[in-house]
Ligand binder design. Structure first.
Ligand code: NOJ
Length: 760
């Protein structure tokens, strides 16, 4: 029997084991079960550990703030969970300590930020969303789960399902973009990938969608800032991905840092209990974000730490993720003072212990270190990552069919990001292997072999962040400033190389430490001297292929007008360079589509395709200001090597009653002369009703591979789930009597249309 397939028993047996444990526990032991500590293996930490955990008063790694270390707290049976340990030997050591130290022998859960891979790094989440391929997304997280479980991690703090509509917010890279329908599909696929048939199944982990809820709407795009969302936005836009994740069976949810409409999310009973548990039936356990319970005091919400712990507990937070000095350590005194009751405490402990039993932890707490090594080395994981990177790239421009490259005899690869292993992986990875990471330069060299001469010139030095990153405590996070780098000479060398080559592949974007948590930007411009480098290379007259390495839309106005081929490669992961070579040379075809509206400039944000309209346009295109009102690239946009034509949008009926379903069918043909992938998309617009609804809303999509000349007819159901919406005046879900326009095509500007009537 595999070590992770221990039978955990029926629900009644699980409940029996849990209740027997609770019956023998002291209040302090219960509070300990509800406490999760960071355990950094990083010397030295101190201040850095505090910052990385988003909170205050961190006394350093492995220290609980009560004058004892986490090791000591483990020895007293007062730790429920640890995070940030990835070494199986260390996990076994800490686990032994927990079991031997606890009077009840209760093991700890190990949690970690397994966001886009553990050892094998997949493209960043926004890139995976750009694949519009739930199957590939599920497979990617299944690989991540297998690696995580093999080293002893039971629980991934993922997916991040926060809708992001402001690209200044750095965490846009961790989510699925702006649209609730796409994000819901991506959220469900990720939960399925992590948990499979259940987290107790072999190679699976608990999935913890985060951050509940509304965190992506941070005011001004400033991370952690307040969030004020209308009722309509909350229900129609920000909550649906969480609902989809809960419906997919997610066994954990993480709370958000900020206050939502004035009430801190982590102390928000309405959100955590009334919506999540009572309305949606969430049966798993809730964890706070790091230090977020403690922060209830910082918010000016709780009076002190005992009050903070009691308020979070009463709101529904089962476990506190603590950097140090946990508020939940004060629960015994809070209960003593009548701020919370033992019954609520027991309910939380029951949910945490149930998760431990269900994942098989009580039966098999240790991990097989040899097996872990074998799983991490599995070549099938690298193959899956390569395919995922191919599928997530978005071809933004391809004038004259420059891509795929037609056997150039010389290629200039230009830009410091072209050969940066760390940046190729992207943010939110910690356990990667740089040696096996394939950069764009590596990928092109390997693929070109002896067939073409490949030259490389960075052209400029790496740009540095304006403020240091909180992740700089981890090795390789900030790019090294190369010694003896002569700026003028290097620029001249890059230009000369481009001039002497048949084609130039220029890789530009943001360094990975410029995006992610606490990485907001006030500008979307290419940092450093990258635009000048691009302009100098284009001026040589050599055809340029621009690869954009990013997790947010950047200001590409100049490139979109002057560079013939632009491929958005995101942060493509361990096999990123190999995958990009596959695409550039035509061994695979790009087919990703943008999961966000790409603005021209930061001044336009937030800019979403699914806006409402209040006034007939005075000028064509809603132009009331000093910039076009249109985006640079619309939501859902992306090209391939095929050329797709849509026709015959038909509806199986032109009139339904509310509650019934219309099936829309559309025919797609690859009219180009190469095979390619297309994501067919269906949008709706409600003409009138009891609220004003967006001009377009995505309600269906399917990614298909079509050979040259091939035709497929695709069908999409438009039923109650697609037609209902939350009406803020009725304070309920409604389906209006109305006329619905349906649009089908390859992006949110799709022109093919039909309509049907909904009667009441
Ligand atoms: C803070 C982040 O907001 C959250 O997403 C993450 O899971 C925790 N830190 C743990 O690293």
């Amino acid at each position: 029997m595999s070590v992770h397939s221990m039978p955990v028993g029926s629900d009644a047996e699980v409940a029996g084991r849990v209740d027997a444990l609770i019956a023998g526990m002291t209040t302090a032991e219960k509070a300990g079960q509800l406490t999760q500590y960071f355990y950094f293996d990083l010397p030295p930490a101190g201040e850095a550990a505090d910052q990385a955990s988003g909170g205050a008063e961190a006394p350093g790694p492995g220290f609980d703030g009560h004058g004892i270390t986490v090791d000591e707290a483990l020895g007293r049976g007062q730790v429920g969970s640890l995070l940030f340990v990835t070494d199986p030997a260390q996990i076994n050591r800490l686990q032994r300590r927990a079991i031997e130290g606890s009077r009840h022998g209760i093991p700890v859960l190990f949690g970690f930020d397994v966001i886009h891979g553990l050892r094998t790094i997949f493209p960043v989440p926004i890139a995976m969303a750009a694949s519009w391929d739930p199957g590939a997304i599920e497979q990617g997280q299944a690989v991540a789960a297998r690696e995580a479980r093999a080293v002893g991690i039971h629980w991934a703090f993922a997916p991040m399902v926060d809708i992001a509509r402001d690209p200044r917010w750095g965490r846009i890279v961790e989510g699925a973009g702006e649209d609730p329908y796409l994000a819901a599909a991506v959220a469900a696929a990720q939960v399925r990938g992590f948990q499979g048939a259940g987290p107790g199944a072999p190679g699976r982990v608990i999935s913890g969608p985060k951050h509940f809820a509304g965190y992506g709407a941070a005011l001004g795009g400033r991370d952690y800032d307040e969030v004020n969302l209308s009722d309509s936005e909350l229900w129609n836009v920000y909550l649906p991905p969480f609902k989809a994740a809960v419906d997919a069976g997610a066994e954990n949810i993480m709370t958000a840092y900020m206050d939502l409409n004035g009430v801190p999310a982590t102390g928000n009973h309405w959100l955590l209990t009334e919506v999540l548990r009572d309305t949606w039936g969430f049966g798993g356990f809730l964890v706070s974000d790091a230090q977020a319970v403690h922060n209830l005091r910082t918010h000016g919400f709780a009076a002190d730490l005992a009050d903070a712990g009691a308020r979070a507990l009463r709101a529904g937070v089962d476990m506190e993720m603590a950097v140090g000095n946990p508020a939940y350590a004060h629960l015994p005194e809070a209960i003593e003072a009548g701020l919370a009751d033992e019954e609520t405490l027991d309910a939380c402990v029951r949910r945490v212990l149930t998760a431990k039993v269900r994942i098989g932890l009580l039966d098999q707490p240790y991990v097989d270190e040899d097996q872990a090594r074998a799983v991490l080395a599995d070549p099938a994981h690298r193959a899956a990552a390569r395919q995922a990177a191919q599928r997530s790239a978005v071809l933004l421009r391809n004038e004259g069919g420059l891509l795929p490259l037609a056997s150039p005899s010389s290629i200039a690869v230009i830009g410091p990001l072209a050969d940066s292993r760390r940046d190729t992986l992207g943010p939110w990875v910690f356990d990667f292997d740089l040696d096996e990471t394939v950069t764009v330069l590596d990928g092109i060299r390997n693929r070109a072999g002896h067939g073409a001469e490949v030259g490389y010139a960075p052209g400029i030095r790496p740009a540095q962040r304006v403020f240091p990153s909180m992740f700089d405590m981890f090795a390789n996070n900030a790019p090294a400033d190369p010694e003896g780098f002569d700026d003028d000479a290097e620029l001249a060398r890059a230009v000369a190389l481009a001039r002497a080559s048949d084609v130039a592949v220029v890789v530009l974007g943001e360094w990975q430490n410029m995006i992610g948590e606490a990485a907001s930007r006030s500008s979307l411009e290419l940092p450093g001297g990258q635009l000048a480098l691009l302009q100098a290379v284009v001026a040589t007259g050599t055809p340029v292929v621009l690869l954009v390495m990013n997790g947010r839309p950047l200001d590409l106005r100049w490139a979109a007008a002057n560079v013939p081929a632009i491929l958005d490669i995101w942060y493509p992961g361990t096999q990123g360079g190999a995958a990009m070579a596959d695409l550039i040379f035509g061994d695979a075809a790009p087919g990703g589509k943008l999961p966000f509206t790409w603005p021209r400039t930061v001044g336009q944000v937030p800019l979403v395709y699914s806006h409402t309209i209040s006034h007939e346009p005075v000028n064509q295109g809603r132009r009331y200001w000093d910039e076009e009102s249109t985006p640079l690239f619309p939501f859902g946009y992306g090209l391939s090597y095929g050329r797709f034509e849509y026709r015959d949008l038909t509806l199986d009926r032109d009139r339904i009653q509310a509650g019934q379903t219309v099936t829309a069918s559309v025919t797609v043909t690859n009219a180009g002369d190469r095979a390619g992938d297309e994501v067919a998309q269906v949008y709706i617009h409600q003409r009138h009703g009891t609220a004003s609804r967006p001009v377009r809303e995505l309600k269906g999509f399917e990614r298909v591979a079509l050979a040259a000349g091939e035709t497929r007819t695709l069908s999409f159901a438009l039923g109650p789930a697609e037609l209902r919406y939350w009406n803020a005046a009725a304070r309920d879900w409604v389906i209006d009597a109305t006329t619905i326009d349906v649009f089908a095509g390859g992006d949110s500007a799709a022109g093919l249309t039909a309509s049907f009537t909904v009667t009441g």
